[in-house]
Design a protein around this ligand. Structure first.
Ligand code: KG4
Ligand code: ZN
Length: 332
């Protein structure tokens, strides 16, 4: 089955062509990073306009690179949310227009489900599977007993880990995008600053305390005219941010005995987690997507769409009045 997929939930305009549940024939990503860098963060109105400008050429390039024409496409898939509404609408309408013009079926895919399925590009999923979702908007542990079967075990009680990274980069004035910048300077520092011990119940997470602590610490140093060592502060934050992640993931592994642990979302590109995740006690199979599939991309949406379609081809279709219909409660 050849799938054309579209992802425009935030600041990347992406179209991919995928085959069945694992093969990526093309994955074109047009990043708006340089445009938003001028403002220190994503400006939703600008993001929507940039998607409008780029979407046509991204469709064309994805089809050329995969060497397919419209008649080869069996299914169209598009990110239906969560995301910036104006950005999502550009992708959804482009996908619907393509599907309508070429009389193809179309389905809407949950963005976070896409991030989880990015791991299927690396390696076939093995169930039960534990997914650690660490992105700009989500920090969650999800248990999957089979394809398209999701149970959320825990989530952040306040901010997402990626959000905390972005905020700290802004406070330290090290530029945008925040996550990779903090990651880069943390590699040159030592975790010498004391961080608060965060403890929230069950398999949940919390990042607002850690975030406020860094802001206050930076502020106090600034008021006293004492320079703060940004590298050391970033390293201290990073270590504390992942301490929770490792602790909760370990508890979930001991409780649910998954065969595989997959890491999903933009923060999966972080060097600290890529280096340390394999030190988890159990001999569990750990999968992390290649860098290009960690941050937003349409290939992950196409791969997820294949399994969504297999599960129930009729109940997920998006009708041409714009309503997304699906019968499975995603719960995430
Ligand atoms: O998955 P994603 O593209 O966005 C959502 O779906 O929410 O992830 C973007 C997030 C941003 O918060 C970004 O700062 C973070 O991922 N990120 C990183 C790194 N690369 C991206 N955070 C820490 N270290 C990185 N290397
Ligand atoms: Zn994302």
């Amino acid at each position: 089955m050849i799938i054309l997929s579209v992802e425009t939930s935030c600041d990347e305009t992406s179209v991919a062509i995928t085959k069945d549940g694992q093969d990526v024939l093309s994955n074109v990503v047009l990043s708006q990073m340089n445009t938003h860098a001028l403002y220190g963060g994503v400006v939703p109105e600008i993001a929507s306009r940039e998607h409008v400008k780029g979407i046509h050429q991204v469709f064309k390039k994805a089809m050329e690179e995969a060497d397919v024409t419209a008649k080869d496409i069996d299914l169209v898939a598009v990110t239906q949310g969560p995301g910036l509404i104006g950005s999502l609408l550009v992708g959804i309408n482009a996908a619907k227009a393509f599907a309508f013009a070429h009389q193809k079926p179309i389905i809407g895919v949950h963005h976070i489900v896409g991030h989880i399925y990015a791991n299927q590009i690396e390696k076939p999923m093995q169930f039960p599977l534990l997914a650690l979702v660490i992105s700009g908007g989500h920090t969650e542990l999800i248990l999957m007993k089979g394809h398209y079967d999701f149970v959320r075990l825990g989530k952040t009680e306040d901010d997402a880990i990626g959000e905390a990274y972005d905020k700290i980069a802004r406070v330290l004035e090290i530029g945008y995008p925040g996550g990779p910048k903090v990651d880069a300077i943390a590699q040159k520092g030592q975790p010498v600053y004391k961080m608060p011990d965060v403890s929230v119940k069950d398999l949940n997470f919390s990042y607002s305390g850690l975030k406020s602590h860094i802001i206050n610490l930076h502020h106090h140093h600034h008021q006293k005219n004492e320079p703060v060592n940004k590298e050391d502060l970033a390293a201290s934050f990073q270590q504390a941010a992942f301490k929770q992640i490792f602790e909760k993931t370990q508890i979930a592994i001991e409780k649910y005995h998954p065969k595989q642990l997959v890491i999903a979302g933009g923060v999966a590109s972080n060097s600290y987690i890529r280096k340390h995740i394999h030190t988890l006690k159990d001999s569990i199979d750990v999968v992390i997507p290649a860098f290009e599939y960690c941050t937003d991309n349409a290939a992950m949406i196409g791969i997820a769409a294949y399994y969504q379609w297999q599960k129930n081809p009729h109940s997920f279709s998006m009708n041409f009045n714009g309503e997304a219909r699906h019968s499975i409660e995603f719960n995430i």
